[in-house]
Design a protein around this ligand. Structure first.
Ligand code: ADP
Ligand code: TMP
Ligand code: ASP
Length: 238
């Protein structure tokens, strides 16, 4: 089958069905919009397994996603989408670029979740934007933005609860959405949900269990992902 797209962490392949794709998780890791690069054996397998279990939970809870089925250890079948070029970020605690922008110390709990949008563009460094930028640029409509907010907050509630059962604090995460190729009136959750795009702290020790271990050279990156997978597996079976 044909390689449709190669990104920083995944490849998209066509399938016999024009409305579905094969999404392959690579072992490549990048940070700071591709500036920092490395390879980790097992990363593709770990992220695929974690993301598949989380998408299973979300689908069960009534969140429409692109997920169809797991093909093998590093591949899933997904519904083909036109991705909306907006990253939807939800924050429960201060971390990362929020701290950089505001000077607030890492770890402050917010009184309610913050939803923010950035333009999905490595060249521009995924700039933070408001609703007017997005509608003016034609990246999404006001209706789409209202849907993003409602859906992302629902996903946040579900993920907070699920990760708490894993002994993990959900600090923040990024979501992507897309329109079904076969019916552009329908928007569903896209991409992956894994320690690459979430901040997860151990509830007891506060230890970072996500891609910040790579971003900040904390070591034991895959050990942390493996531990997240073990816990997610257990919570999924409970
Ligand atoms: P990036 O493009 O940022 O380097 P990845 O390496 O993760 O990221 O590549 C995966 C790409 O596939 C992303 O650009 C993502 O928006 C896109 N994508 C995710 N799910 C789907 C889908 N169901 N249909 C089409 N594109 C998708
Ligand atoms: P940030 O604090 O760097 O803005 O990141 C917020 C969350 O979004 C964090 O969990 C990491 C995730 N994220 C991505 O998955 N991809 C990105 O390109 C960026 C900037 C953040
Ligand atoms: N997702 C971006 C990258 O892979 C930014 C980050 O995660 O730090 O470069």
């Amino acid at each position: 089958m044909e390689l449709l797209y190669e990104g920083k962490a995944k490849r998209l392949w066509t399938t016999e069905d024009p409305n579905t794709l094969r999404m392959e998780f690579k072992n490549d890791a990048t940070a700071f919009n591709g500036e920092k690069k490395a390879q980790f054996e097992e990363k593709g397998r770990l992220n695929n397994a974690i993301s598949t279990l989380i998408y299973g939970m979300l689908e069960k809870e009534g969140v429409p996603t692109h997920f169809v089925r797991e093909i093998d250890e590093t591949n899933v079948e997904v519904r083909k989408l036109d991705i909306l070029m907006v990253e939807v970020i939800v924050r429960n605690f201060a971390a990362g670029s929020f701290c950089k922008r505001t000077g607030v110390e890492e770890g402050r709990k917010f009184s309610k979740p913050i939803v923010e949008f950035s333009i999905k563009s490595d060249e521009l460094g995924d700039p933070l934007v408001n609703d007017a930028y997005i509608t003016e640029l034609g990246l999404a409509t006001e209706e789409d933005l209202a849907f993003f907010r409602e859906s992302a907050l629902k996903v946040n509630d579900l993920l907070i609860k699920f990760f708490a059962e894993c002994g993990l604090q959900l600090v923040d995460f990024k979501l992507e959405y897309g329109r079904l190729c076969e019916d552009p009136s329908v928007i569903v959750l896209a991409d992956e949900i894994s320690p690459d795009g979430c901040r997860l702290w151990d509830l007891k020790t506060g230890e970072k269990m996500d891609k910040d271990r790579f971003r900040r050279d904390l070591g034991n990156v895959m050990e942390a992902y493996q531990e997240v997978l073990e816990r997610v597996k257990k919570a999924s079976q409970a």
